[in-house]
Design a protein around this ligand. Structure first.
Ligand SMILES: [Zn+2]
Length: 158
């Protein structure tokens, strides 16, 4: 049973142990501090031409926060659940927080802006109509980033 052609399997290999790129991981929605071993949900993306994924933001729990699912054309994106681990560098005596056991709940193919919501995603969401309730600045930024691609149709009557 080789799944070596499955691009998602290759992506998950890349996404495992990806650095959270912060020394103080907190939930971007509620500000709850996150520690090693905590369940988290992460938004990861890789723009076309980039060699590796980066973490866009993290949230506490396993997809417990409702968040808009907005995808950008040409950018490979995942919403993942997993947990926090640490990676110690004995040479620099520093500890890096990393993402372990990534499980995709939402996947965006690069060829379309329509996200594929996995059937077992614990949080119900309507990808075409994200909730309009008090988005955090970061989520607003993500939305506007997405909007800059699609544009805003004005006066489109014929
Ligand atoms: Zn939270």
């Amino acid at each position: 049973m080789t799944r070596s052609n499955d691009p998602r399997a290759a992506d998950l290999t890349q996404l495992t142990r990806i650095s959270l790129d912060t020394n103080n991981p907190i939930c971007q929605v509620c500000g709850h501090p996150l520690h090693e071993g905590n369940d988290i949900t992460a938004y990861a993306y890789r723009a076309a031409g980039e060699p590796a994924y980066a973490i866009g933001y993290i949230m506490c729990g396993s997809d417990v926060h409702e968040h808009p699912t907005v995808f950008t054309r040409g950018v490979r994106e995942y919403v993942l659940t997993g947990h926090i681990g640490t990676c110690s560098n004995t040479q620099t005596q520093s500890t890096t927080f990393v993402f372990l056991d990534p499980t995709p709940v939402v996947t965006s193919p690069t060829t379309t802006a329509d996200p594929h919501v996995h059937p077992d995603a614990p949080t119900p969401r309507d990808p075409t109509d994200p909730p309009q309730e008090e988005p955090t600045p970061l989520l607003t930024a993500v939305r506007e980033h997405a909007r800059s691609d699609g544009g805003c149709p004005r006066g489109g009557s014929e």
